[in-house]
Write a protein that binds this ligand. Structure first.
Ligand code: GDP
Ligand code: IMO
Ligand code: MG
Length: 420
């Protein structure tokens, strides 16, 4: 069986910590989409680690971690990340496998990402500039190179002809950048990857599932950044939702059992695009400071706001979420009052559905107010010890979403989590 852990908002919900927390119950942890645009934070023996491409089960020595076919892999970032986790005692060549179908991010993909963003001017996506969009475009455009290709004696030639194509596109953008250093690092990193076990991810997983092994699929980004169902065009370029597990790992839907959706107790977004509950006042500033809401990948300040239950209910629906984990509850500890968005007013009409194009609607959130708990909760370990006001907030979420919060995370540490 396969369980899934994914983010239900605009990313950074705490997937790294939660995957690490649950990983011990599984034999394999597999990333199914995204690339180095992700930044998944976890703590290993008190030390902060941010993983971009390596699955968050890597510190569990008995677990296989798989970079699945649906991922786009930047060899340079990968090599750096491997060096960092190896220095912490992980035997990456033993614990980490890469699917041969995983697409490669080339240095020119990163240049194209920049060129595309610059050309959009004020309408820019706010991309992490890691080359994600261009790499996925080459996949669907049937041009891309895959990890399996690095074993082909003609790899250099394949690389050269794709680079040439990219160069022509960069010329159209009138964008030029010296990528010599990136290229040198790229080829060093490709050589490094050749020493890994590059496998057929789909056959591997099917054999494992057939012998009763348990797989945990780790999502990147969040459901509202899904290329099909998110706030398009302000999204990433992959399917971040449960459906992405099937296409990204080659797993049939009937294998999927639990879908664990993660939501913060509030909401954040990094990059451009609509965010109905965004706070531009001192409460927003308070949340950013208290929650240390700065991007794990780019360091950009995250936009902060109240929890958006309309978007969250939509995310539960498209993902088939079976249970919820609410993270960063402790960040709201000092607030006197909280709000949760329960519907949108669009052009004067109230609705509890996410519209086709949020950014083009005259949309304002309708809120329900809650009393804050105004107590420090980060040291608590039992659900029964939680303040009544927090229980009331959670109770409302459960009833509204028709899915229950099963775990409450009350701090960044692995042990700071409470079973409801
Ligand atoms: P991810 O991309 O979903 O893995 O999330 P990030 O790692 O980008 O951002 C989540 C941040 O919140 C990280 O710095 C985590 O260490 C931290 N974090 C996770 N859960 C909690 C929590 O319950 N409370 C607090 N205070 N911090 C948390
Ligand atoms: P994790 O896995 C938050 C956002 C970017 C931008 C948009 C498109 O850590 O939750 P891209 O680089 O994919 O072209 O950027 O998506 N974005 C994320 N926001 N967390 C992430 O990953 C993100 N990955 C991409 O900020 O708005
Ligand atoms: Mg992140």
């Amino acid at each position: 069986m396969v369980d899934v852990i994914l983010g239900l908002q605009w990313g950074d919900e705490g997937k790294g910590k939660i995957v690490d927390y649950f990983a011990g119950n599984y034999d394999i942890v597999a990333r199914f989409q995204g690339g180095p645009n992700a930044g998944h934070t976890l703590y290993q023996e008190g030390k902060k680690v941010v993983l971009h491409q390596i699955p968050s089960g890597i510190f569990h020595s008995g677990i296989i971690n798989l970079i699945g076919s649906g991922v786009v892999l930047d060899p340079v970032t990968f090599q750096k990340e491997c060096a960092a986790v190896s220095a912490m005692g992980v035997d990456v060549r033993k614990n980490l496998l890469i699917s041969e179908r995983t697409h490669l991010i080339l240095p020119t993909h990163r240049a194209l990402d920049k060129a595309s963003e610059i050309s959009k001017g004020n309408d820019k996506i706010g991309s992490t500039l890691k080359g994600i969009g261009p790499a996925y475009m080459d996949k669907t455009g049937r041009n891309g190179l895959r990890v399996g290709d690095i074993l082909n004696p003609d790899f250099l030639q394949l690389y050269g002809s794709l680079k040439e194509k990219h160069q022509r596109m960069l010329d159209v953008y009138r964008f030029s950048e010296d990528i010599t250093e990136w290229e040198n690092d790229f080829f060093t990193a490709v050589e490094f990857i050749r020493s890994f076990r590059i496998i057929s991810g789909e056959y591997f997983l099917h054999e494992q599932l057939a012998s009763g092994k348990k797989v945990l699929a780790e999502g990147a980004q969040g459901s509202m950044l899904d290329v099909d169902f998110g706030t398009f065009p302000f999204v990433t370029s992959s399917n971040t939702i449960t459906a992405g597990v099937c296409s990204g790992l080659g797993i049939a839907p009937q294998h999927i059992r639990e879908v664990i959706g993660i939501t913060k107790a509030y909401c954040t977004r990094v990059g451009s695009g609509p965010f109905p509950t965004e706070l531009h006042d001192e409460t927003g500033e308070f949340i950013r400071k208290a929650g240390n809401e700065f991007g794990s990948t780019t360091g950009r300040p995250r936009r902060c706001g109240w929890i958006d239950l309309v978007a969250l209910k939509y995310a539960c629906m498209i993902n088939g979420v079976t249970s919820l984990v609410m993270t960063k509850a402790d960040i709201l500890d000092e607030l006197q009052e909280l709000k949760a968005c329960t519907s949108y007013k669009i052009d004067g009409r109230e609705t509890d559905q996410v519209p086709f194009q949020m950014h083009l609607s005259d949309l304002s959130p309708v809120y329900k107010n809650f009393s804050g708990w105004n107590t420090i909760t980060s040291g608590l370990q039992q659900y029964s010890d939680l303040p009544e006001a927090m229980k009331a907030y959670i109770g409302f979420l459960n009833a509204y979403l028709k899915v229950s919060v099963k775990f409450i995370s009350n701090g960044p540490g692995t042990d700071q989590i409470i079973k409801a």
